[in-house]
Design a binder for this molecule. Structure first.
Ligand code: NAD
Length: 367
């Protein structure tokens, strides 16, 4: 196996990573998948412009596929957009033998996976991720769904793609802000599972990284291993939620308040600051490692400023999060970089404290 095509597997779904991954898709469309039709390609307006022409060039077998285009952005990851897509699929004669190819970032793979899995009680889909976030996380593991008002991922199901084809070259046109967003999840994968990877990743600021392939492979490998051990999120898959409980609350808050909301990754980065503080207080995370995480997050991400008056609203959203039961906030925490534990009950007062500390961490940690 060369670096041009590496293979992983998650819940029986193969994942192909590297420069030859689209050639692999072409080969499968001419062989195993040759009788599947009609084929649809879901894009948003940006991936339609930047990625679809490349895909059609690399995989000529898709030249007769029908392109469905939606507006870009999290605000369109809604049941209303799904309804439009279900109507289009019905009008265009999609059936259970059809395949929907999701060409885009996490918004497209989350929503396209959900649309396909619910259409005709289950139509096949393939993910071709085009953002760093989707290459290492969103397109892997079969979590699909949409937001309900500003509540993230409230409607959805776990359903596996036929395969995932990761072609890192797509990152060349991805705006820096979204590359950074994916980098937050990459940092998280390292923090929860691999201290050596964390060191390698944080040796330079993200802005000067040019060789992504090996980093993508290692981050995807971590995700595949964790998901394979617990596909339906009864236990270890919750490790991946590090930084997400409070991160989702930041994201929801920003979607409600800001005309230009923070991205998912930016929110997770802020959530990791709070989760590291809580880990230091509840799980004996050494102070030096807590500050190392916070320093590295702040080196790469702008601090999302919140007024102290916003803390109660963010806290309320955190407590409402679907991962909380019986009024307790259940979080994934880290006793050290490279190891995580899920199912930790955290007092609401400690979360409040972490949010207060968050508002002035820049002053305390950046030296
Ligand atoms: N299902 C999961 O396990 C999982 C995991 C993590 C995140 N997510 C979800 O993923 C979503 C975020 O994903 P994202 O960060 O990829 O955002 P995104 O899908 O919104 O993409 C970011 C932006 O980049 C554009 N874009 C995508 N690829 C491009 C390319 N190659 N060139 C130019 N522009 C391009 C898109 O049009 C969009 O404007 C969130 O909805 C989050 O909830 C899901």
């Amino acid at each position: 196996m060369t670096n041009k095509l590496r293979t992983l597997e998650v819940a029986d779904a193969p994942l192909f990573i590297g420069a030859d991954s689209l050639a692999e898709l072409a080969a499968q469309l001419s062989d195993k998948l040759k009788d599947r039709s009609p084929i649809f390609i879901l894009t948003d307006k940006n991936t339609s412009q930047y990625c679809l022409p490349i895909l059609l060039d690399q995989v000529p077998e898709l030249k007769n596929a029908c392109n469905l285009v939606v507006e870009a952005g999290e605000e369109n990851k809604t049941i209303q957009t799904c309804e439009t897509l279900w109507n289009q699929l019905a009008l265009l004669g999609a059936n259970r033998g059809s395949i929907l190819i999701n060409l885009g970032g996490g918004v497209i793979s989350d929503m396209g996976g959900f649309v396909a899995s619910t259409f005709h009680r289950g139509m096949s889909y393939i993910n071709i991720p085009t953002t760093l976030m989707s290459m290492i996380d969103a397109a892997i593991g079969g979590k699909t769904g949409v937001d309900l008002a500003s509540l993230k991922n409230m409607v959805g199901l776990i359903s596996n793609p036929l395969g995932v084809y990761v072609w890192p070259e797509f990152l060349k046109t991805l705006p820096f802000r979204y590359l950074l967003s994916g980098y937050a999840e990459m940092m998280k994968h390292a923090i929860i599972a691999d201290a050596h990877f964390w060191k390698k990743l944080t040796i330079t600021p993200m802005a000067v990284i040019t060789a992504w392939d090996d980093l993508i492979y290692r981050a995807a490998e971590i995700k595949c291993k964790i998901v394979s051990s617990d596909h339906h999120e009864k236990g270890p898959r919750r490790l991946l939620n590090f930084g997400h409980t409070i991160g989702h609350a930041f994201e929801t808050y920003s979607l409600r308040k800001d005309s230009s909301p923070i991205s998912h990754g930016e929110a997770v980065a802020m959530g990791m600051i709070c989760a590291s503080y809580i880990s230091y207080r509840n799980c004996n995370l050494p102070l030096s490692q807590r500050d190392e995480i916070i320093r590295n997050v702040m080196l790469n991400f702008d601090h999302y400023n919140i007024e102290t008056a916003a803390i109660e609203e963010i806290l309320e959203i955190t407590v409402y999060d679907k991962k909380n039961r019986n009024g307790k906030v259940i979080m994934t925490l880290i006793p050290e970089i490279g190891t995580a534990i899920h199912g930790q009950n955290v007092d609401i007062s400690l979360i409040r404290e972490s949010l207060f500390r968050y508002t002035d961490f820049r002053r305390y940690v950046i030296r």
